[in-house]
Design a protein around this ligand. Structure first.
Ligand SMILES: N[C@@H](CCC(=O)N[C@@H](CS)C(=O)NCC(=O)O)C(=O)O
Length: 218
């Protein structure tokens, strides 16, 4: 029986999957690949994942890419059924949070992330530009604050802890690490605090990113 994950410590999409595997206490082999085209564009890796992206899961002879798809698959097959509920409305709530992250929030967050963190190869700091990017991101956060389940319902994305929380943890962590002021979002801040304290997250999260100094020239 082989369960293996091609991943990198700083990959946010790999961190989602590591978090779920830690929650489920499922053992797996970590196969580290260097990010930013070094290891992800080799013929060997492209033969496994033609997009040259991380993560990729191998479950015996089954090869799976796309982090959210991997989360759903692991929940269904490795004992995490309650983290991806079967009831259509509850499941739609979890899927909605996965899609809001991937389709609405991440495209607004990624440009800011590339500027603020020195671990990314591209993007100089430009404070004026960052203010604009942050304003754009806040429009998405305004929506998240509205749709997030209220605290008394369980304290997580849709109430009870689910794979949507695994997916969001790396991005919430980066928002906190980059010093984004979340004080106007009481539900998001409470959620982030609760989520980022979970023992499985603390065990699996990997290293922190480094803030790029604003004056650094590129
Ligand atoms: N939609 C994909 C995106 C995967 C992705 O963009 N992965 C990044 C790391 S988080 C990557 O592999 N970048 C290319 C590289 O670093 O070489 C998923 O969710 O798995």
């Amino acid at each position: 029986m082989t369960l293996a994950l091609y991943e990198a410590p700083l990959s946010s999409n790999a961190q989602k999957v590591r978090f779920l595997l830690a929650e489920l206490e499922v053992a797996y082999e970590s196969r580290e690949v260097a990010m930013f085209g070094v290891g992800t564009r080799t013929p060997e890796y492209l033969a496994i994942n033609p997009f040259g992206l991380l993560p990729t899961l191998i479950d015996n002879d089954f090869v799976l890419m796309e982090s959210n798809t991997i989360l759903r698959y692991l929940a269904e097959t490795k004992g995490g059924e309650e983290l991806y509920p079967r009831s259509p409305k509850l499941r739609a709530g979890v899927d909605r949070m996965l899609d809001v992250l991937g389709c609405t929030l991440r495209p607004r967050f990624a440009p800011l992330e590339r500027r603020r963190f020195a671990n990314f190869p591209s993007g100089a700091r430009d404070l004026e530009d960052e203010r604009k990017l942050e304003g754009h991101l806040r429009l998405a956060l305004d929506g998240v604050e509205v749709i997030l389940a209220p605290d008394p319902l369980g304290g997580y994305a849709t109430g009870p802890f689910s794979i949507a929380d695994c997916a969001w943890a790396p991005t919430l962590r980066r928002m906190v690490e980059m010093g984004l002021d979340l004080s106007e979002y009481p539900k998001i801040s409470g959620w982030a605090e609760r989520l980022l304290e979970r023992p499985a997250w603390l065990r699996s999260r990997g290293p922190q990113l480094e803030i790029r100094p604003p004056t650094e020239a590129h």
